[in-house]
Design a binder for this molecule. Structure first.
Ligand SMILES: Nc1ncnc2c1ncn2[C@@H]1O[C@H](COP(=O)(O)OP(=O)(O)OP(=O)(O)O)[C@@H](O)[C@H]1O
Length: 206
């Protein structure tokens, strides 16, 4: 999988959030999208995952050298972000089963394996609405990591996680990000320090 940006810009009304981004994202590499609060990291991630059209420029996706339409890109990616909601009325087991109706599981990841990875054996039948904010964040991350997708896009992955949660996240990165195209939106070094490439939104403000 490869994503190519040519002269990409996005504006809301008359305000350009970023302009003139030329960049390539390649399979097997981890990228950090950096910048202060409100600089446009989540906006760029939405452009990259096909949920927001750019206002200028061209974005192209190649899967094994074949082009993919931006409307179909979602099939190949997993996204975890603060603005993505879990289904509060589901129990943990129901949420996992629902998620994997749409995405293939990574080999060897059954319900018990995933619940073990989360350390939530006691909460199998608890409704998501009774989960703490850290438990919800762990669940979003685990569902993204354990889906068999080529691209992993994580926006503020350690929000609501305590120190142990951050260590848990970094172990999942080691275990499940290898070989994928990984993109982390962040302004906290501990959550992106494993990334080998960085794109700073502040460089594209004009
Ligand atoms: N739908 C929208 N309509 C108008 N303005 C928007 C919209 N979405 C985002 N913006 C604006 O675009 C700018 C960038 O927002 P974005 O959420 O991408 O920043 P961010 O770098 O991810 O911020 P944070 O670190 O706080 O999450 C902000 O000024 C925001 O108000």
């Amino acid at each position: 999988m490869k994503i190519t940006l040519q002269n990409i810009g996005r504006r809301f009304n008359r305000d350009w959030i970023f302009k003139g981004i030329d960049y390539e994202f390649e399979q097997g590499t981890a990228y950090a999208i950096l910048g202060p609060n409100g600089s446009g990291k989540s906006t760029l991630l939405s452009v990259l995952n096909g949920s927001l059209a750019p206002s200028a420029g061209e974005i192209n996706y190649l899967l094994e050298d074949r082009p993919i339409e931006s409307e179909l890109v979602f099939k190949h990616l997993s996204l975890a972000a603060p603005y993505l909601e879990l289904i509060e009325e589901f129990t943990l087991t129901e949420m996992i089963d629902f998620h994997f109706k749409f995405k293939k599981r990574k080999a060897g990841i059954d319900d018990d394996g995933l619940i073990g990875l989360l350390g939530m054996e006691q909460s199998k039948n608890k409704m998501i609405k009774y989960f703490s904010s850290g438990m919800k964040q762990r669940l979003k991350l685990a569902l993204a990591f354990c889906s068999d997708t080529l691209m992993l896009m994580l926006d503020e992955p350690t929000s609501n996680l305590d120190k142990q949660g951050v260590e848990w996240y970094l172990r999942l990165v080691q275990q499940f990000a290898a070989g994928r195209l990984t993109i982390i939106c962040s302004n906290q070094e501990h959550e992106y320090s494993f990334c080998t490439h960085g794109l700073d939104i502040s460089d594209y403000k004009k």
